[in-house]
Ligand binder design. Structure first.
Ligand code: MN
Length: 157
């Protein structure tokens, strides 16, 4: 699934985030990509967590939202990859369309990868709301697309 998008477009997509949202010090150079959490008032409210990886936004729908407290575990359902450009989308998707409802950006920033395997993803978020270590781990009880998402203690205290 190689990206065929023009380089300039790719550059712009990244620029939106790295220039305007760099709250925690730390240069974009030490990040592995951008992330965004979109609040999506669809038929059911949920939050879409998206992590830039391999030229796309890897995505999970998190019904109860991304936890901000260490130890809280939330169900996250893997959904389709989205184009990088979608990460800056806010607005209303019309009735009858896939994902119909209103989308707004709940948080965004950069992240660094600690682990990325088929079973476990561990990242450090540097955003406005989300900061620190987050873990996604496969949760097969919730089906093959099921994951658990939680905030972990920061190793550096
Ligand atoms: Mn959604």
């Amino acid at each position: 699934m190689g990206s065929t998008r023009p380089k300039l477009e790719e550059y712009r997509a990244k620029r939106d985030f790295s220039v305007t949202k760099e709250p925690q010090g730390g240069s974009g150079a030490e990040a592995d990509g951008i992330y965004v959490v979109q609040e999506h008032h669809a038929r059911r409210l949920h939050y879409d967590l998206r992590l830039e990886r391999d030229g796309v936004l890897k995505s999970w729908a998190v019904p109860k939202g991304v936890p901000e407290v260490v130890g809280e575990k939330r169900l996250a359902i893997e959904v389709e990859d989205h184009p990088i450009e979608y990460g800056s989308f806010e607005g209303t998707i019309p009735e009858g369309e896939y994902g119909a409802g209103t989308v707004s950006i709940w948080d965004r920033g950069n992240y660094k990868t600690l682990v990325w395997s088929g079973e476990t993803i561990e990242v450090v978020m540097k955003g406005e709301r989300l900061k620190g270590r987050y873990v996604l781990t496969r949760f097969k009880k919730a089906g093959e697309k099921g994951w658990l998402l939680f905030k972990a203690k920061d190793k550096t205290g």
